[in-house]
Design a protein around this ligand. Sequence first.
Ligand code: AMP
Length: 229
Amino acid sequence: MRRSLFCQNCYMVHAICYMNLVILGPQGSGKGTQAKLLAEKFGLDHFDTGCALRQVAKLDTPLGREVYEIQNVTKTLVPSRILREILHIRLDDLGREQGVVFDGVPRNIDQAGYFEQALGEFGRKIDRVIFVDISKEESLKRIGKRFSCEKCKEAVVLKEDDQNLICLKCSGKLVQRVDDTKEGIEKRLSIFMEETIPVIEYFENKKLVSRIDGSKSPNEVFEDILKIL
Ligand code: AMP
């Protein structure tokens, strides 16, 4: 089906509405929040690999149990064969002209290769890679306080003295992710440094990367992203 020429949100025609954006950043950088804001503003599909894999992990099947174990026990990256599969299913589901913000993929050099190839097979190419950068200290600090609402799924970073685990949007209960333990965060951050930073360097060589300072407020970060698109 051919997509309307007009943005579903503001009825203007934006080049961004048709783009394939990749957003990468360490845990707690706010890349998920920024991906969501971009998706809402420009009618992009938000493909959050961590979230897609958490859905798979809920299945009571051999695959579901394997993904659950990787995400919550070993806290490593899922193997390429699984990621390749969910990537193909998602790309196959999308209309040709539907812009996408890919959140959290590719995370290593192997993935970068087949990600570009898969996009090519579906007539797509990466238009921009947004790297939301924060320090390791900031990442650890934020994730320790990262909660999300069980009901509406809103992501919340609690303030220093905040004891109230109730969602301000819908009054649902705020919970932490199972893999957000101190040891889990350390492990995922070291994977980011060792495996994902080389991906950013790979795309930097292709002049595709815009580095954004993720230490600012979510709105300021979003403004900075809009400036480079
Ligand atoms: P995230 O929600 O981005 O923190 O991802 C949570 C977990 O999902 C990671 O620790 C990995 O186990 C898995 N995951 C997410 N994205 C990928 C990916 N691109 N490749 C492999 N594993 C992934």
